[in-house]
Write a protein that binds this ligand. Structure first.
Ligand code: SF4
Length: 188
C-alpha cells in the first residue's frame, strides 16, 4: 500500500517570508504561506545566513572562473567562498537525512539561483547552493519562485514528481491535491 506522505519542499527561506536577504527584506511568496495546511511540508534554508554572513550584508557576486567561481562582496571585495562552502556542506548533510522532493529556490541569487545567476562572464548559471543540491540530490527538480505559477512548467514538474513517487512506492494523492490547489490559485 503506497504511503500518503505530504510533498516535501526544500525552500529558500526568503521565499517563506524570512527577512534574510542582503537588504534584510524577504521575497515572500503568498501562495506558499496561504496554502491550506497539509498540502506540503517546507524546510527553509538560507545558505548565506548559515555561513554567518549576517543580515543585512553587502550584496555579493560570483566572480572569476565560471566553473569554480568565488563569492565576493561587491563593495569590500571580501571572499566568502569558503564560508559558504562549509555551510552548504553542513546543510546538505542534514537534508540527506530528510530529502526534499522539490527544491524551490530564489532566482538570480549567487547562492540559490537555478539557471538565472551570473558567474564571472557568464549569465544564466546556477548559484552555489543550487549547484550543490543538483550534485547531491540528482533528479530532484529544482525550480524558482515563478515556475509553479506557469501551467506548462507546473505540469512538467509534477510529471517528474509523480514518476519519482511511483518509483519510491509513495502515493500520488498528496501531489494531486497540491496540483489542484495550484491550478485554483494560478489557473490552468
Ligand atoms: S536567495 Fe538564498 S541565500 Fe539569498 S536570502 Fe534567499 S535563501 Fe538566503
Amino acid at each position: 500500500m503506497p504511503s500518503h506522505v505530504p510533498v516535501h519542499f526544500g525552500v529558500s527561506a526568503c521565499l517563506l517570508g524570512a527577512r534574510v536577504r542582503y537588504d534584510a527584506r524577504d521575497k515572500r511568496q503568498d501562495w506558499l504561506l496561504d496554502a491550506p495546511a497539509g498540502l506540503f511540508r517546507a524546510t527553509p534554508v538560507c545558505p548565506e545566513v548559515d555561513a554567518g554572513l549576517g543580515t543585512p550584508r553587502e550584496p555579493m557576486t560570483l566572480v572569476g572562473d565560471p566553473t569554480a567561481p568565488r563569492l565576493v562582496g561587491n563593495d569590500s571585495g571580501a571572499d566568502h567562498t569558503a564560508a559558504l562552502a562549509s555551510a552548504i556542506e553542513a546543510r546538505l548533510r542534514a537534508f540527506a537525512i530528510d530529502p526534499p522532493e522539490l527544491w524551490l529556490l530564489k532566482a538570480k541569487s549567487p547562492s540559490c539561483g537555478v539557471g538565472t545567476t551570473p558567474r564571472g562572464a557568464l549569465t544564466g548559471q546556477d548559484g552555489l547552493f543550487a549547484e550543490a543540491v543538483a550534485r547531491c540530490f540528482p533528479g530532484v527538480p529544482r525550480v524558482d519562485e515563478a515556475t509553479l505559477s506557469n501551467f506548462r512548467e507546473r505540469s512538467r514538474i509534477f510529471g517528474i514528481l509523480r514518476a519519482r513517487r511511483c518509483e519510491a512506492d509513495l502515493a500520488c494523492t498528496p501531489l494531486d491535491a497540491l496540483e489542484t490547489w495550484l491550478a485554483l490559485r494560478f489557473g490552468g
